[in-house]
Design a protein around this ligand. Sequence first.
Ligand code: FEO
Length: 493
Amino acid sequence: MGQTHTLAEGSLGLHTAAELAELPGGLASLGVARLDGSGSAYGAGADDAPALADRTAVPSFAGGSSARRIAPDVWWVGASDRRLALFENAHPLENGIAYNSYLIVDEAVVLIDTIDRAVSGQFFENLETVLAGRAVDYVVVNHMEPDHSASLGQVLARWPRATVVCTGLAAKFVGQFFDDGLRGRCVAVAEGDALVSGRHALSFVEAPWVHWPEVMMSFDHATGLLFSADAFGTFGALDGNIFADQMGVPDDERRTAELRRYYANIVGKYGPHVQRALAKVAALPVAALCPTHGPVWRRDLGFAIEKYGRWAAYEPEDRAVAIFCASVYGGTESAANMLAAELSAAGVDDVRVYDVAKTHESYLVAEAFRASHLVFASVTYNNGVFTAMRDLIADLGDHHLQHRHVSFVENGTWHATAAALMRAAVSAWPDMTEVGQAVSLRSTVSARTAGEIKALAGAIAASLRGDVAHADETRLSDPLPPVDATSGASVRH
Ligand code: FEO
């Protein structure tokens, strides 16, 4: 790498934040310095893939390595699962999912997170290839959810001298998911503690509830890599290219959609915690974001961080209308289509209609995180809200969606109850505003309700323009107090 490196004697291994605070130069006093990456720019070419002949062990039937070097001494050794239909048995995967694991090959060898057992064969092939006969000394567990830890037991069995470095709560989870005896292999670390592996030093950043309570992130002072656990993760397999900038421009909606869908559904519930974690990240000289799912962000970090900041604060991304429609015989759907057409005629370009019984809820949750104005249009069913709409509204509430403008359309041939029920549910979310007057259909759109739909479109268009005088807005609930990004106070989980 063209750099000399002298580690102070006795510096290898774990150091507490208190110990480091007593050193005048902190980690620099121990000989840890930023590497410039010369000769191995982040994401160097295919020659960074180790040759098959480099393997010293054949641990699985995977057969070939797909490991990639992402920075000096640092390798991606993860794997993608293209067969999994539902992530967490809940969220559809159109293009699979990547589980990222990273390996620092230094004076001590540090593995950062493992992967789901479904693709552990490829993982061990990658790992053994890069290790080339060396042993793993430390396994940093940033997140104990099994998609990142199911292979931990196998790793510890294969390298019996390896030490697990994790939060105290993660150590407890190690005992729960594996044999309780494995807790003896764990060393609990806390905010500011560091692991010095030689040229590299990982500082630990607690990030509870992003997305489980035991989560931490690990920051490598030598390279500026932030191993961010689920934060900044994206649905989708990795196809050789590891870096986000190799997959098109950052605001390509095809990419952002899966970044957003991952955030909204997996992490979206924990906005205040994400805000606190982002405040810590902002204080670090981060060169690249290395999540546990999807591509590594070495460029356009600001794009991903800005998106996260917006989503964590439940700020809509776009002045846009999402019409969520639950229809049985088409009357309610016709009203939704008419509303969309009237909105278009009123100059609203970004309007989308979704059949909530057809489109999977995870896409609808993501769309609700994107759009500023939501319309809930439901037939009355079993004297209540149509099942799929009821589930969607419950799911949005579970994800703590807030700070939105909403409107309602209901339908009922002999009795309509849906609008009042939907309004009552949405009013429990913070900082909600109703726009316009709810439209109550009787079976199909009539001359009367056609006029009401036109009036509702006019109110929504005015609200989008910020024309409060014509938006007919009604406050449904108050906002929550702003998050104190420095506070460790607990919030809703
Ligand atoms: Fe990707 Fe929370 O696990």
